[in-house]
Design a protein. Structure first.
Length: 274
């Protein structure tokens, strides 16, 4: 099997180891999170809904982590998580509809083609984290432009010390947001991602989380310094191709050498529903 593309996470801009780490909810924060999961997910894809519920309840996960919780509980925010079928080169999309009647309505769309067997639980968690970062960056831009209290240049410099000016100048394109993530957010994304990997030892956990956190950021300048580590590419690829027979040979781009799909078992990747 040849690898013809990289993970793609598209942003629609209309406005400009859960199993091994039981989540303990902060009820005060959880009750005020501005996040709604589409009820049909629980009916059609209960394994997906279960993971999303655990991620929302996790006090050190992306939604309740202290650095982000003020955003995800902000009165202006409305996030709706749902699904739709998309090309398998796309894991998820975030649609931002801007500030309307004092509310920012973001929709996170997860590609349901990964639910049935292709995607791993780890991959799904990485998609949610990645799209949550898109929503956060969008929110910062929209509230800064609207001169809303709390999101000024000082706030942005504290949260995005190396890229804050790119948020407030020019159009906030999909690629610009990926550069912002790669510079100022990816280390936090890796830390969060480690919570949703299996008990595989510190070094493997770190590598797997790093691989998945960098998914969708392959076109950024900073990735070029990491792309020689073929393990990062291979693990991310395997995380979204759980359906490959274990002895299937996969041929990644040069200079990486071929590998077999059974490599995923070393990192205990799990199907979304297992």
């Amino acid at each position: 099997m040849n690898i013809h593309g990289l993970y793609a996470c598209t942003l629609i801009m209309l406005c400009i180891n859960v199993a091994n780490y039981p989540a303990v909810a902060n009820q005060q924060h959880q009750d005020t999170l501005r996040i709604k999961i589409d009820p049909k997910l629980k009916l059609k894809y209960p394994c997906v809904d279960s993971l999303l519920q655990e991620m929302i309840a996790d006090t050190q996960g992306v939604f309740q982590r202290p650095v982000f919780v003020a955003f995800f509980t902000h009165h202006s925010l409305r996030i709706f998580i749902t699904e739709r079928a998309m090309d398998t080169s796309i894991g998820a999309q975030t649609a931002c509809h801007g500030l309307n009647n004092g509310h920012i309505n973001d929709t996170i769309l997860l590609n349901r083609l990964f639910f049935a067997g292709n995607g791993s639980k780890e991959y799904l968690a990485s998609l949610v984290i990645h799209e949550a970062m898109h929503a956060y960056i969008n929110w910062c831009k929209v509230l800064f432009v609207a001169k809303e209290p709390g999101v000024d240049s000082s706030y942005l410099q504290a949260r995005f010390p190396l890229t804050w000016d790119s948020i407030i100048t020019g159009e906030l394109t999909d690629e610009k947001q990926h550069v912002i993530m790669s510079v100022d957010l990816v280390d936090t994304m890796i830390t969060i991602m480690k919570r949703y990997t299996n008990d595989i030892g510190h070094a493997k956990k770190e590598l797997l989380a790093k691989s998945l956190a960098w998914g969708g950021l392959y076109t950024t300048p900073k990735w070029k310094n990491l792309s020689k580590d073929c393990r990062l590419f291979v693990l991310e690829f395997l995380s979204r191709h759980m359906d490959l027979p274990k002895l299937q040979t996969v041929y990644p781009p040069d200079p990486c050498t071929p590998f077999i799909a059974a490599y995923r078992d070393v990192y205990k990747l799990r199907p979304i529903c297992h």
